[in-house]
Design a protein around this ligand. Sequence first.
Ligand code: GLU
Length: 447
Amino acid sequence: MAPLVRFAPSPTGFLHIGNARPALLNALFARANGGRFLLRLDDTDRERSTEAFAKAIETDLAWLGIVPDLRARQSDRTAVYDDAADKLKALGRLYPCYETPEELERRRKRQLGRGLPPIYDRAALALSDNERAAMEAEGRIPHWRFKLEPRAVAWDDLVRGTAHVDCASLSDPVLVRADGSYLYTLPSVVDDADLGVTHVIRGEDHVTNTGVQVQIFEALGAALPVFGHHNLLTTADGEGLSKRLGHLSLRSLREAGYEPAAVRSLAVLTGSAEAVRAVATMDALAELVNLAHISRAPAKFDPHELDGLNARILHEMPFAEAAERLDALGIPAGIAEPLWLAARANLHRIAEIRDWWQVVAGPVAPVIADAVVTDAALATLPPQPYGPETWKAWTTAIRERTGAKGKALFMPLRLALTGLEHGPDLAALLPLIGRDRAARRLAGEAA
Ligand code: GLU
């Protein structure tokens, strides 16, 4: 059966680089295994979920290179959750509880005071029908807890190998709030079962949930998916990423001019068995990533690594991939390809191509550092057309005339032709600058 994976964000904020990790690990797994990718919006928290965040998630995923094959929204699926809840109630696995948050807090403190683990004591399970009726007559509306079986749950984790959670040490989780709305736990299981998710790949912050959710799958008689829990991206000091770290949101990284391939490489290869390096395509990344080789230690990353990765991605980027972006940056189509090939190795961000376009098209204020060299250059400037060999022939002629060589030859030419000390290979730039502008610049004229 072809795998179906899912990425299940809540539309309550912008995706950040830490969320990119599970999104990509799922997408890459699907790609490597001929599977499909479901985007599930976990929007059971109706107050904090917004349409704007839902749209932003799609946009940010598309920028990363992920277009979901399937989509689902939990807010559309309440009826399915109601059926599952009814089934669990009928099985005696979902029971009503009447405690207020204050009562629960008091009990918790008492347990802690006695040195006991603060686990829900199941007092509500012991209520008689009359007691329940009395609670409801008082106007109390129940919330509903799932009755865990007090046993360990074990599974073969794609990342962690054999994993287990001892459910005997957990509180029965609340699945349904007093207002009838669902917490994340039950809808996630129902969706995974109902939509045919075969592999649940998510952060290790969900390991305990998996223990609980396996019991819910089993209670519902649903087939278990395969689970994989990857380490989480953390900052260098070990701090987790929260949605509040705005500068690491995918949209701010995009606005700062980073390439999606650079962000992908950092988000996925950090804390994997592979060295962090610039990997240009999803296919190449899919070949590299093996969930079984992901480390158990936190995946500490340094956002500054993005700069180096970004430059390396640009240095290798084929023109075909850059073409649309160059057009959007206002680079004329006629010159875009040779300009790209000449200048890409000098870029940190793609928008810097405009600076090199400016150097080519002018006006450039030339710097005449050695008039002997620039005068000889002007005198020997060949007629057009210019090609890749023009530079070599020309500079040989200048060398013969002046005796200047090496830096003493090339720096005065670079300063006159570009006004700058550094830049792309002049052999590639000269044909773009052309004879007319080159002549004027060598004569000290802004052109
Ligand atoms: N909405 C949950 C989260 O963002 C999904 C967890 C899961 O993948 O099951 O953490």
